[in-house]
Design a binder for this molecule. Structure first.
Ligand code: ZN
Length: 284
């Protein structure tokens, strides 16, 4: 086993990652369409990202590919990266056998290849669930990187504190962990930042050296403003519109903040060709 500490100066890179799936991640009853996030918010996201000249990585759930082929092609034609978010979203990936896991990921890969014409290099597990066979299966299917792990204090839901916060190799696959919010160690998701308020988030990260790259995640559905028709009442409205600040405003604040700090926005696949020495480590 060989450990090599990567050499980083300052955090330079930011990766915006967008998980594209059915509304509510398939977990809760959706409205008339179960893809409102995709239909209504991806066009908005594409114009915002174009305006800011930011390229992002879109992890696409296989089950939405056929019905949303045009918009997914548009994502790709806009210069963003298309990666896989497996096939079904709302199943317990931690419990799948190796064959079952292989099938789920393989179906999504073939759908993206056949319908969109892209060979996905990267993968993210739905709900960040880790399966013991994940890295073997990704390797068998020709994937080059994974971005499902979180260095978090919630080991049952996310990964654990034992993984590095910056990219490392595992079974020949480059793992690019989702970043965490300093001190509270929650995944760096747009809704968490929105719930705490952008100014609190900025206060927390100011004195900290964040990992390189910073990996932020969000869903198109997060940006739908009026979710009150969904009967989830107080909690959901609180979560999505905390302190009257909309998720959309929070996203713009986050992007502007890093733009003004001269960060370079990258797609995750760009890391594969960067001449960096990642840690070679097994057994996380
Ligand atoms: Zn997801």
């Amino acid at each position: 086993m060989k450990h090599r500490k990567p050499y980083y100066k300052l955090t330079k890179l930011v990766a915006i990652t967008i998980d594209v799936e059915t509304d509510w991640g398939g977990r809760l009853r959706a409205g008339p369409s179960n893809c409102l996030g995709i239909e209504e918010r991806i066009p908005y996201l594409l114009s915002l990202l174009a305006e800011l000249n930011v390229k992002a990585t879109f992890f696409i759930s296989g089950e939405v590919v056929k019905n949303n082929k045009d918009i997914i092609c548009e994502i790709s034609e806009s210069g963003h990266e298309i990666a896989s978010h497996s096939f079904k979203h709302n199943i317990d990936y931690g419990k799948l056998s190796k064959d079952e896991l292989f099938n789920q990921i393989n179906i999504s890969k073939e759908l993206i290849e056949d319908e969109i014409g892209i060979k996905p290099l990267g993968f993210r597990m739905p709900q960040f669930r880790i399966n013991d066979y994940l890295f073997d299966v990704l390797s068998d299917l020709g994937f080059k990187y994974d971005s499902s792990m979180v260095r978090s204090i919630f080991p049952s839901r996310y990964s654990s504190l034992s993984i590095p916060s910056e990219p490392f190799f595992k079974n020949g696959i480059l793992e690019i962990p989702i970043s965490t919010i300093p001190y509270i160690m929650l995944p760096l998701g747009l809704l968490w930042i929105n719930a705490m308020g952008f100014s609190t988030f900025r206060f927390l990260i100011k004195p900290i050296k964040l990992p390189d790259p910073i990996v932020l995640y969000l869903h198109p559905f997060d940006l739908i403003v009026n979710k009150s028709k969904n009967d989830f009442g107080f909690f959901v409205n609180r979560w999505y519109n905390y302190k009257t600040r909309s998720v959309k405003d929070t996203l713009i604040s986050v992007l502007d903040y890093w733009k003004n700090k001269n960060k370079e926005f990258i797609c995750l696949k760009d890391l594969l060709s960067q001449n960096k020495s990642y840690m070679e480590q097994e057994g996380f």
